[in-house]
Write a protein that binds this ligand. Structure first.
Ligand code: PLP
Length: 400
């Protein structure tokens, strides 16, 4: 378990206190064990795994070993893993790689589809390629009936359907197995991709992603380093992808470039640790998340969870505070040493209403009142209690 070492200075009381970090869905601190596993490969063992000499062979062995360890955690073959610079690149490789391959095979107008609540790393390439966004219900769960209708009409064009395993803003778990069964039945030639970046630390990833042809994961959400991720591209699916980064023959010619060996070793170590701790971590997050929600609902009049009734990750809690601007609330919480988040920052740094909440049917005004609290393995009960108090006070102050 690792603790945040960030500190803040309270503006009035001149107190120095540790930050209460409730933004683990944005990123997590690198765990000590992960750092130790990476260290030798940043210094002494610096070889390029592609070489033929002894220095290179040490690096190659380490890369093979990390690939095997991560594959075991993910329930895939080592050869299925394509290491990337993170979740964003893996998502882009899945979506754009499927479309490029289809074009190379002579498809005139390949169609990629995704749910309307995907991360921008999926929505971006889908939009760029003129793809389709599928609607979601009030909880943010994909409308499978609409997907069926699209597949019926567009079966000659659809090459990929992307539906995330767990949403980064609400934690909602999507019916990936149901989607995959439908796509494979109606359009056997299409690939099913799932972005499992947020789910990796919390769900049984082997079973939850078993039906998908392509799976995106990222290290920095699970105590690993930033700038490393992977796309699981299973045999049969891999052959239907074209690379988006061309050059050397690395990663079975699906991703050129010298692999980030220290990052990959860190990723494998973080994934094994998360896998071993998943049961306890999920139980603790369930208790703490429940406590946070109940505390806020009891102390803040009108507070409303974004998701009610649907299955979601216990670690992500999205709550609306009617009458309060989320950006002002976040700034006030920050002054009191609480780190949380909302929506996504636009180029100017201002917070835009979350497209995820808009897709769920909230108005722009409603969406602008929502804040995301995301818990991690280091979150403690006393932090939860302090956060409840701080949120209640901040909301009361802003409503005055
Ligand atoms: N997909 C989801 C669901 C995410 O939450 C994120 C990061 O926030 C990404 C993809 C992008 O991953 P990375 O930061 O490794 O590029």
């Amino acid at each position: 378990m690792c603790r945040t070492t960030a500190y803040y200075q309270h503006p009035d009381e001149r107190l120095i206190a540790p930050v209460i970090y409730l933004d683990h869905a944005a990123t997590t601190p690198v765990r000590r064990e992960v750092f130790e596993a990476m260290k030798p490969y940043l210094t002494d063992e610096f070889g390029n795994p592609s070489g033929v000499h002894g220095v290179a062979r040490i690096a190659r062995r380490a890369l093979d070993d990390a690939r095997e360890r991560l594959a075991t955690v993910l329930g895939c073959e080592p050869g299925d893993l394509v290491f990337t610079s993170g979740g964003t690149e893996a998502d882009n490789l899945a979506v754009t790689g499927a479309a490029l391959h289809a074009i190379g095979e002579g498809a005139a107008a390949p169609l990629v589809c995704c749910s309307a609540v995907e991360h921008p790393a999926v929505l971006g390439p889908v939009t760029y390629l003129g793809g389709l966004e599928l609607p979601v219900d009030r909880s943010g769960v994909i409308d499978v009936g609409m997907l069926r209708a699209v597949l019926d009409v567009e079966q000659d064009r659809v090459v990929l359907v992307s539906v995330m395993l767990a949403n980064n803003e609400t934690g909602v778990v999507e019916p990936v197995a149901e989607v995959a069964a439908l796509v494979h039945e109606l359009v056997p030639g299409a690939l099913v991709h799932t972005d499992a970046v947020q789910a990796l630390a919390w769900l049984d990833i082997r079973t939850e992603t078993a039906s998908a042809d392509l799976v995106t994961v990222s290290a920095h959400k699970i105590g690993g380093p930033k700038g490393v991720g992977a796309l699981v591209a299973r045999s049969g699916a891999r052959e239907r992808l074209s690379p988006i980064i061309r050059g050397g023959p690395q990663e079975r010619e699906l991703r050129a470039g010298t692999p980030n060996l220290p990052g990959i070793l860190g990723f494998a170590t973080a994934a094994e640790l998360a896998d071993g701790e998943r049961g306890d971590a999920t139980r603790r997050a369930g208790e703490q998340g429940g406590r946070l929600l109940a505390g806020i609902l009891s102390l803040v009049p009108g507070a409303v969870p974004a998701v009610q009734g649907a299955e979601r990750l216990a670690s992500i809690l999205n709550i609306g505070f009617p009458g309060v601007d989320s950006e002002e609330l976040l700034l006030l919480l920050d002054q009191h040493g609480i780190a949380a988040s909302a929506g996504s920052a636009c180029a100017s740094g201002a917070i835009e209403p979350s497209p995820v909440l808009l897709a769920m049917g909230l108005t722009s005004a409603e969406a602008k009142c929502h804040v995301r609290f995301s818990l991690g393995s280091s979150t403690t009960e006393s932090e939860i209690d302090a956060a409840i108090k701080a949120v209640a006070q901040a909301v009361e102050h802003l409503r005055r």
